[in-house]
Design a binder for this molecule. Structure first.
Ligand code: 1HN
Length: 343
C-alpha cells in the first residue's frame, strides 16, 4: 500500500534530491534558548577502573598500542571518544621499562598524573620526570614520547582537544623516525628558564602554548596554601587557581583551560554554572558534587564531568583538591563564555 505523504513531505523529498532541507523543521533544535547537551553528569571511580587498566597492561604493550589508553566515554555519547562535546579523556598506563614512541599531531594534550613516580614525558627534546598531581602539556605539533625508567606502573589522565580538532577537520599527525627523541636540554630546563618570572631577554614565543610543560604539584599546592593563608574561600569555588602561560598571562594551553582548587573540610560551594562543560580529577580528599537530582560521590583519583550550563554544588568531606579542565579558552576567545552564580 502506498504511503500517503503530505504535500510538505513530498516537497522535502524533492528538494532532498538536490541536497537541500527545510530550516523550519530543525530551527529550534539548532538554535536553543540555552545549551542542550548530550553530555551526562558522570563519575568514574578509580578503584573500579584500576583493575581494567592493569589488565590492559597484560593484553598489549605500550609500543604495540602506541598509546595504551582506556578512553573515558561520556555515556551520552558512547562510541565517539568524547568526555564532553569538545574534549577527549583517557587513562594511560606505562609500565616499567616501556616506551610510548615519539610522534606529533595537531591535537593538544595534557597529562594529569594519577599514580606512580619516575616515568617521563619528553617534549621537543626535554624530558620531565612526573609525579602525582603534576600537570604536563604537549602543545600542538610538538614531538612527544613517554618512557618509564622507574620500577612501578604509572597512570595518568590524558585530556585532548580531539573532538574540537575533528570538528574543524584540522587533524594532522606523523610518527618520528626514531622511537625516542634525542635529549637536547637538561631535565627541568623549561621550569627554571620560564618558571621564575624571568625570561631570556631575546626570547620569542614559538607557539601559543606555555613554554613551561610541567607544572609540578608541589608548587601548585604551595600556591593554594598561600591563598588559604591570605584570604577566605570564594563561596562558589573555594580557592581556585588558573594555570597560566607566563609569556602572555593566557591559559597554559590555547584550547584547554586548566584549574586547581582547594575546598576546606566540610565546605559546600554556592550553586554555580558556566557554559564550558568541565572534567574534574580528584587529587586529594573526598566529597560529592550535586547537579540537579544527580549526586556524584568522589574520592581521590576519581574523574567526573559537569555538563555545560548545569548548575552544581561541590561538598567536601575532608579537605579536597580538584584539578579541572574545559574548553573555556576557546569560548572566551570567541566571546561565547558565560558563567552564573545562581545562589
Ligand atoms: C596521544 O598522543 C597520547 O601522546 C595520548 O600520550 C592519547 C589520544 C589520541 C590521540 C593521540 C600521548 C592520545 C594521543
Amino acid at each position: 500500500m502506498n504511503e500517503i505523504k503530505t504535500d510538505r513531505q513530498e516537497f522535502y523529498d524533492r528538494i532532498g534530491a538536490h541536497n537541500m532541507a527545510p530550516l523550519w523543521e530543525v530551527l529550534h533544535g539548532l538554535v536553543t534558548r540555552e545549551p542542550v547537551s548530550p553530555v551526562q553528569p558522570t563519575v568514574w571511580h578509580y578503584d573500579e577502573l584500576r583493575p581494567f587498566i592493569m589488565e590492559a597492561g597484560k593484553l598489549i604493550t605500550a609500543r604495540e598500542a602506541e598509546r595504551r589508553v582506556l578512553i573515558l566515554e561520556n555515556p551520552g555519547m558512547r562510541g565517539q571518544s568524547q568526555i564532553t562535546r569538545s574534549l577527549y579523556a583517557g587513562l594511560q598506563l606505562i609500565l616499567p621499562g616501556e616506551v610510548a614512541p615519539a610522534h606529533r599531531h595537531t591535537q593538544s594534550a595534557l597529562r594529569f598524573v594519577i599514580e606512580g613516580h619516575g616515568a617521563f614525558t619528553a617534549v621537543n627534546g626535554e624530558r620531565t620526570v612526573m609525579s602525582p598531581g603534576d600537570f604536563v602539556i604537549t602543545p600542538s605539533w610538538t614531538w612527544h614520547d613517554h618512557g618509564n625508567d622507574s620500577d612501578a606502573p604509572m597512570v595518568w589522565l590524558d585530556g585532548l582537544d580531539i573532538p574540537l580538532i575533528t570538528m574543524l577537520d584540522a587533524s594532522f599527525a606523523e610518527p618520528a623516525n626514531a622511537e625516542q627523541q634525542l635529549v637536547s636540554r637538561p631535565e627541568g630546563d623549561a621550569l627554571k628558564r620560564f618558571g621564575n618570572a624571568l625570561f631570556p631577554v631575546d626570547w620569542e614565543s614559538q607557539g601559543r602554548a606555555s613554554p613551561i610543560f610541567n607544572y609540578p604539584y608541589v608548587r601548585s599546592r604551595e600556591t593554594l596554601e598561600a591563598l588559604r593563608r591570605a584570604e577566605g574561600p570564594d563561596p562558589a569555588q573555594g580557592w581556585k587557581l588558573r594555570y597560566v602561560n607566563p609569556a602572555n598571562g593566557d591559559f597554559a594551553m590555547p584550547t584547554i583551560g586548566t584549574f586547581l582548587q582547594l575546598l576546606p573540610a566540610g565546605f559546600a560551594t554556592n550553586p554555580y554554572r558556566s557554559s564550558d562543560a568541565t572534567v574534574f580529577v580528584v587529587v586529594e580528599g573526598a566529597g560529592e558534587t550535586r547537579i540537579g537530582d544527580v549526586v556524584l560521590p568522589w574520592r581521590a583519583h576519581d574523574v567526573f564531568v559537569v555538563p555545560s550550563w548545569a548548575s552544581h554544588t561541590h561538598h567536601a568531606g575532608p579537605e579536597a583538591v580538584l584539578f579541572s579542565f574545559s574548553d573555556r579558552p576557546v569560548q572566551q576567545k570567541l566571546g561565547l563564555w558565560r558563567e552564573q552564580r545562581t545562589a
